[in-house]
Design a protein around this ligand. Sequence first.
Ligand code: FAD
Ligand code: NAD
Length: 467
Amino acid sequence: MTTTSTTRLLVIGGGPGGYVAAIRAGQLGIQTTLVEAQALGGTCLNIGCIPSKALIHAAEHFDAATRQAGGAGHLGIRVDAPRIELDKTMAWKDGIVGKLTGGVGALLKKHGVRVLAGWAQVVDGKTVEVKLQDGGVERVACEHLLLATGSVPAELTALPFGDAVISSTQALALRAVPPRLVVVGAGYIGLELGIAYRKLGAEVTIVEAQDRVLPAYDAELTRPVARSLQKLGVRVLTATRVRGLGADGQGVLATDAAGQDSEIAMDATLVAVGRRPRSDGMGLETLPLQMQGRALKVDDQCRTSMRNVWAIGDLAGEPMLAHRAMAQGEMVAEIIAGKTRRFTPAAIPAVCFTDPEVVSAGLAPDDAKRAGLDIVSAAFPLAANGRSLTLDSADGFVRVVARADNHAIVGWQAVGRGVSELSAVFVHAIEMGERLEDVGATIHAHPTLGEAVQEAALRALGRALHV
Ligand code: FAD
Ligand code: NAD
């Protein structure tokens, strides 16, 4: 049976982009309906950011215990043969996911958002048919349509998903640690999960097509990560391409830059070669929407080429990050409510939760030079930061990039243990237009990693105190 309803704003997708848009719209008094086919929280809360960070945390603890038991013992801690019970780890992770997704449901309810559980099929720019999970169909007419359908893992023709070839979704729900894991792609997912499974005891081989890991970041920033991979015993094959599965299905065929073929034995292969916007299977192709590659083309207010049809988050292309989706969602709700807003952030921070962590906000030195800026840049080594040493970690640095003429900060990068939390001060400094002198003259608590931020600014001014 088909029922009908009307709403002012219809949001398709309950991920960080869609649910934040709906909450803000509710707060602003906009009548809002949100359709979600799977689970509120989307990729990020259910099969992305949150479960991956939980697994990384558990893996770090297990690795630390294993290293102490293995005789390192330099912290004076004695542990006898730790074991991992991955089922329990996954149950703990699922508990966190449950708390957060339950919280999203409660917030939507609190702000008066109507949630429909089902698959949305777009009929036209103002009508959507929802195949409800309980079997019915609801035709919803709306004034504004917000598309926030996210992204899905990119598949390799040579290694399609199935059996031992898995995506991040399966990798975050394994019931046992695979003895031999091949990871294709040394980007965010490949490195975050590859390192986690290595720490959980798997023999890990990472195959990357480019000539270094994390090729999207600058080379200097990723060097400590490459050193750590070596120390952890992760085998890294760069400039190598995968050609498919071996004859028995238990190996991955690869070819290196010199044309040498090899077969890498494996029990599971995680393919993490990027994600593509989810724009198919819901009737979007029937609308006159302009595309940019596989993403929906949007302007700086997230308007598509159709009036009152908006697109945000991964569906609207790179950078595919949860905080960018949320910021866009909040903005669109405000524009619909009549506020004047544009999506023109001075910087969108990016963090890779590897060991060590990598952070970047704004321009790296080479980006700034390419943009024609005359810059001053300096790095402060974490080996000279007391807090880093007390965290048993010394490899890494904090780097600042500023204009040479007025010292306005245009970029920050850092690599090291625990530096992900510095992303807040980095992006704040750039958005507020801080200068090197502002950061250099601010008292930072001791002993914290924040002191390395201040010291990087002082070093760029030629007066660092601790190096
Ligand atoms: P999504 O979160 O993908 O949500 C889209 C939702 O739309 C889904 O729930 C889907 O079911 C629903 N949907 C789609 N089509 C329909 C339809 N027709 N009808 C009804 N519902 C529909 N980003 C970070 O910033 N930090 C991280 O640490 C991080 N870690 C990640 C780790 C992994 C393993 C992965 C895979 C991603 C990670 N990301 C991270 C990326 C982040 O998850 C995404 O950028 C973010 O989820 C995008 O939000 P979104 O709202 O655009 O889409
Ligand atoms: P990615 O773009 O980060 O990395 C993909 C890697 O695969 C690249 O290094 C690329 O050179 C390599 N590659 C591509 N084709 C290949 C091939 N045929 N053989 C070998 N290597 C190949 O993509 P991802 O790791 O899949 O992550 C997808 C997206 O999810 C990211 O771009 C990011 O937006 C988001 N994400 C973010 C975080 C975070 O913020 N911490 C974590 C995970 C995912």
